[in-house]
Ligand binder design. Structure first.
Ligand code: ADP
Ligand code: MG
Length: 339
C-alpha cells in the first residue's frame, strides 16, 4: 500500500497560513491589498483589541458574486493571474490566491459582497476551512470581511502573539504605508471604536502625510522627483534639520507595494552624508515606479521584500536626487528640531 497521500485542504491551507498569516497585521495586509486590487476608493479598517478579537475591512470596490465568494476561499484561487506568463508581469498586489484560503483556515470569517447593479449582497461564513453558512443579505456595493477569533484552532500561534500595543503598532504601520502609497484612496483605521487616523483620499501625497503625521512636519518636507529610462522616483524627504532617532519614518514603495529595504535605507542615509548627525535618520516617503518586469515580488509570501534589477542604477538615481534636493536647503546641520 502506498504511504503518500495528498493532504486534505484544511491541512494544506493551515500550512500555507503559517507563512502568510503570522499575526493580526498580516490579515489586515491581505484584506486591504484585496480591497485595493478590487479598485476601492474608500477602505475602512475596524479592529477590536488590536485585531486579536476582530478585524473588519470594508471597501467600495468591485465586489464578488455568490459563486466567486465561495471560490475565493479555495487554495490557489485567484482572479489576478491565469498563466505562467502573467507572473512576470503582475500589476496587482495579490496573485498567489492563498490569502483568503489561509485566513479561512485559522479564523472565523464572514464575507458580505455586492457587485455594482446587484440589488442584494451575498454572504458566506467560513471557519477552519469549512463553509458554515451562506445566503443573501442587504449591502452596498463592495465587500465587507469580518475575521474573528484569529488562531482559535492554532493555539501555538495564538500564544506567540505579542502585546496588544505591539500588534496594534504593526497594523498602524501597515495601514499608514498603504495610505501613503495610495493618496487617491480614503483610508480610515479604528481600534475599539476609536479613530486612529483618516486620510482624505484626494490624491495629494503631502496632504496624506499631514493627516498621518503632522501638518507642520508635512510642510517642511522637500519634494523629490527624478527619473531615468527605467525608474521614476518621487515623493518627499526631510531637510537634514528634521530627523528622527529611528528608521521608522523612512518609507519605500515599489510599484504600489510598501517594501522594507535596508539597502535602500543605506543609499538614502549615504546621500545625506555628513549633513545627518550620528544616530539620527531622515523622514522620507519615496515612491519608485518601474516596469513590473524589472521587479520580482515573488521572493517571499508576504511580498515585503522584492528583488529589483538594475539596483546600482537606481541607487545612483536616488542619491543624485536627494543630493540635488538637499543642495537647495541649508547644508549646515543644527540641533533645532528633534523628536
Ligand atoms: P489573491 O489576492 O492572491 O488573488 P486572495 O485569496 O487574497 O488571493 O483572494 C482571492 C480572490 O478573491 C481574489 O483574486 C479576488 O478575485 C477575490 N477578492 C478577495 N477580496 C476581494 C475584495 N475585497 N473585493 C473583490 N474581490 C475580492
Ligand atoms: Mg489577496
Amino acid at each position: 500500500m502506498s504511504k503518500i497521500k495528498q493532504m486534505p485542504a484544511a491541512l494544506s491551507n493551515q500550512i500555507a497560513a503559517g507563512e502568510v498569516v503570522e499575526r493580526p497585521a498580516s490579515v489586515v495586509k491581505e484584506l486591504v491589498e484585496n480591497s485595493i486590487d478590487a479598485g476601492a476608493s474608500i477602505i475602512s479598517v475596524y479592529l477590536e483589541e488590536a485585531g486579536i478579537s476582530q478585524i473588519m475591512v470594508q471597501d467600495n470596490g468591485e465586489g464578488m458574486d455568490a459563486e466567486d465568494l465561495q471560490l475565493a476561499f479555495l487554495p490557489h484561487a485567484t482572479s489576478k493571474i491565469y498563466r505562467l506568463n502573467d507572473l512576470f508581469n503582475v500589476h496587482s498586489l495579490g496573485f498567489r490566491g492563498e490569502a483568503l484560503a489561509s485566513i479561512g483556515s485559522v479564523a472565523k470569517v464572514r464575507v458580505e459582497s455586492c457587485q455594482a447593479g446587484q440589488d442584494q449582497a451575498n454572504f458566506v461564513e467560513i471557519a477552519g476551512s469549512k463553509l458554515m453558512n451562506q445566503g443573501q443579505c442587504a449591502g452596498n456595493q463592495g465587500t465587507k470581511i469580518e475575521v474573528k477569533s484569529l488562531f482559535y484552532n492554532t493555539p501555538a500561534r495564538l500564544k506567540h502573539l505579542k502585546t496588544l500595543q505591539t500588534e496594534l503598532k504593526h497594523i498602524i504601520r501597515f495601514v499608514q504605508n498603504m495610505a501613503l502609497a495610495y493618496p487617491q484612496i480614503q483610508f480610515s483605521l479604528f481600534n475599539n471604536q476609536q479613530k486612529l487616523f483618516q486620510t482624505s483620499g484626494r490624491g495629494r501625497l503631502q496632504e496624506s502625510i499631514a493627516q498621518i503625521y503632522q501638518a507642520n512636519l508635512a510642510r517642511q518636507l522637500i519634494a523629490l522627483n527624478v527619473a531615468d529610462d527605467d525608474f521614476k522616483v518621487s515623493g518627499f524627504i526631510s531637510p537634514p534639520t528634521l530627523t528622527r532617532t529611528s528608521r521608522n519614518y523612512i518609507h519605500w514603495f515599489v510599484n504600489g507595494r510598501a517594501v522594507y529595504s535596508n539597502q535602500l535605507n543605506q543609499v538614502l542615509i549615504k546621500a545625506y552624508g555628513r549633513q545627518l548627525m550620528i544616530g539620527r535618520y531622515p523622514i522620507s516617503i519615496l515612491v519608485i515606479d518601474l516596469d513590473p518586469r524589472l521587479v520580482d515580488a515573488n521572493v517571499h509570501p508576504t511580498k515585503q521584500t522584492v528583488r529589483l534589477s538594475k539596483e546600482s542604477e537606481l541607487a545612483k538615481l536616488i542619491q543624485d536626487g536627494v543630493k540635488a534636493c538637499l543642495g537647495e536647503v541649508n547644508p549646515v546641520p543644527n540641533l533645532g528640531q528633534t523628536l
